[in-house]
Design a protein around this ligand. Structure first.
Ligand SMILES: Cc1ncc(COP(=O)(O)O)c(C=O)c1O
Length: 501
């Protein structure tokens, strides 16, 4: 029989079953791949957070002219050439969360042990949906989600499932709330669909993540199902205004059924008053979902855990390890008070997922999720949690909280910044430079942000708070120090005066 791999310049990297032929070649591929990563990290990655190019230039640099995707490669190349292309075309254009001046969205530098876990997970390539496709993968996910459940404080009747991220976890939580809780309130024998959703109402704040609205929309709820309640001056949702909204809606013949709180909002890191909302949810018989995608991680720190209290009182909680657990993308999670609620919502039994011994009923993760085949996401978190321990992860969180407090304090001391809110709730700081003589301070912040980006000294995003533009620093970088914060602030002030003149 003809050698099916002879078409390729490196047949041993495709037909690799014989270690005598392939092992040293695979080791060499691994070495060269790791080397390409470290050359990027200690080269461009530590030099600047992002290339100076704007969007159009970046497109042109990657695609060439015309700036459109090239056709698929018909012919093979050597791994050396392909890695060379990574170095030449990809590495210079990536965003570096590792740069100590990177204070980005919620994009931390992944822990090296998490990256190691990704490499191992890809080699063993477990399909964690049906038990036989990822047997030990199923157990590692069971263990790591039990750790997350303990962190949230939901007991052994609860359950956790890994997701692609916070959006998926929020959508799954709303699906459970609809099919379990709203179904019960409506008293029908089937999960509600179509016109049965019309009277239902969900309460959230003006700081909720967009996925709450998107989730309701994809689940078939009409737009008016979401009632947005104003947050306070620290961007937190209280129980009382929600209680008033519920009373109004009940008087109008509507059916309140869920509250979606956020514990660590994307904009400012604000934490809703979950305890008050939990009391209200119990009194009014509403489902309480808490989106702690970012903020839930603070409970890793004994010192700072009280900043996100009362999660254990929720019916469902989103918690996203690829945010503040410093994990490589992607890994999110949903934790629910009752395992049975996930099963009732998502369980399906296709004929090809049979098991001859129903007594054994193996753990099939596809029964707990919208997703089917899922990567072995648990491994990187399992390895890096063991590597650092809860205490070690907590120290990194505390370092970020302290650095955010330092940034806010320096802004206040310098006197030409406005910080909002003045004290960060967790590790997000929103601030703006009050350049003297500038009339349009909103447009000015955008110019300052872009100037910082071009400088290569640091990176912050921008956001809108109560109609005004702010710079937003998400301090989730454990490699940064106070000196890096000072450098970014000094540069921002200098650039602000430059772009103002
Ligand atoms: C509070 C909150 N919830 C949900 C999400 C969505 O998470 P993901 O982008 O991982 O799907 C984010 C993302 O930043 C977030 O900040």
């Amino acid at each position: 029989m003809a050698d099916p791999f002879s078409f390729h310049p490196e047949p041993e990297l495709i037909g690799f079953r014989d270690p005598a032929v392939s092992r040293s070649q695979l080791e060499e591929l691994g070495r060269r791949t790791w080397e390409a990563a470290l050359d990027w990290l200690y080269g461009e990655g530590m030099r600047r957070p992002i290339a100076a190019d704007g969007y159009r230039e970046a497109r042109r640099r990657f695609f060439g002219t015309p700036s459109e995707p090239a056709p698929a490669p018909a012919q093979p190349s050597s791994s050396k050439d392909v890695l060379e292309e990574f170095r030449a075309r990809i590495a210079p254009g990536v965003f570096s969360a590792h740069h100590p001046g990177s204070f980005s969205y919620f994009t931390p530098p992944p822990l090296p042990m998490s990256i190691a876990g990704e490499v191992l997970a890809q080699w063993v390539n477990q399909g964690v949906d049906v038990w036989a496709a990822g047997p030990v993968g199923a157990f590692v996910e069971e263990e790591v989600t039990a750790w997350l459940r303990d962190l949230v404080g939901i007991g052994r009747e609860g359950w956790g499932v890994l997701t692609s991220g916070g959006v998926m976890a929020n959508i799954m939580a709303l699906t459970v709330a609809r099919d379990v809780h709203l179904a019960r309130l409506l008293g029908g024998s089937r999960p509600p669909r179509g016109s049965a959703l019309e009277r239902a109402r969900v309460y959230t704040s003006d700081q909720a993540h967009f996925s709450i609205e998107r989730g309701l929309s994809v689940l078939g709820f009409p737009p008016e199902s979401l009632r947005i309640v104003a947050s306070d001056e620290r961007f937190r949702l209280h129980g009382e205004p929600v209680e008033r909204a519920i009373a109004e809606d009940r008087a109008a013949g509507l059916l309140p059924f869920a509250i979606c709180a956020v514990a660590g909002s994307t904009n400012t890191g604000s934490v809703d008053l979950v305890g008050e909302l939990a009391d209200l949810a119990r009194r009014e018989d509403l489902w309480l979902h808490v989106d702690a995608a970012y903020g839930g991680a603070v409970r890793l720190s004994e010192r700072d855990a009280a900043r996100v209290p009362d999660l254990e009182r929720a019916d469902s909680v989103t918690i996203d390890p690829h945010k503040w657990f410093f994990q490589a993308y992607d890994i999110g999670a949903l934790v629910v008070r009752r395992r049975e609620h996930l099963l009732r919502t998502f369980h399906r039994a296709p004929e090809y997922y049979r098991h001859p011994d129903p007594e054994e009923s193996p753990l099939n993760w596809m029964a707990y999720s919208i997703e089917g085949t899922r990567r072995f996401r648990a491994l990187k978190l399992w390895l890096s949690w063991k590597h650092l321990g809860t205490e070690g992860l907590g120290r990194l969180i505390e370092h970020n909280d302290d650095l955010a407090a330092y940034l806010a304090r320096r802004c206040r001391e310098l006197g030409d910044f406005e910080v909002r809110p003045p004290e960060p709730e967790l590790s997000v700081v929103c601030f703006r430079h009050l350049a003297p003589g500038v009339r349009d301070l909103d447009a000015h912040q955008d110019r300052v942000q872009r100037a910082l980006e071009r400088s290569g000294v640091g990176w912050v995003s921008t956001t809108t708070l109560r109609g005004r533009t702010y710079l937003r620093a998400g301090v989730v970088n454990y490699l940064s120090t106070e000196a890096d914060v000072d450098r970014v602030l000094d540069t921002l002030r200098r650039l602000s005066l430059e772009v103002a003149s």
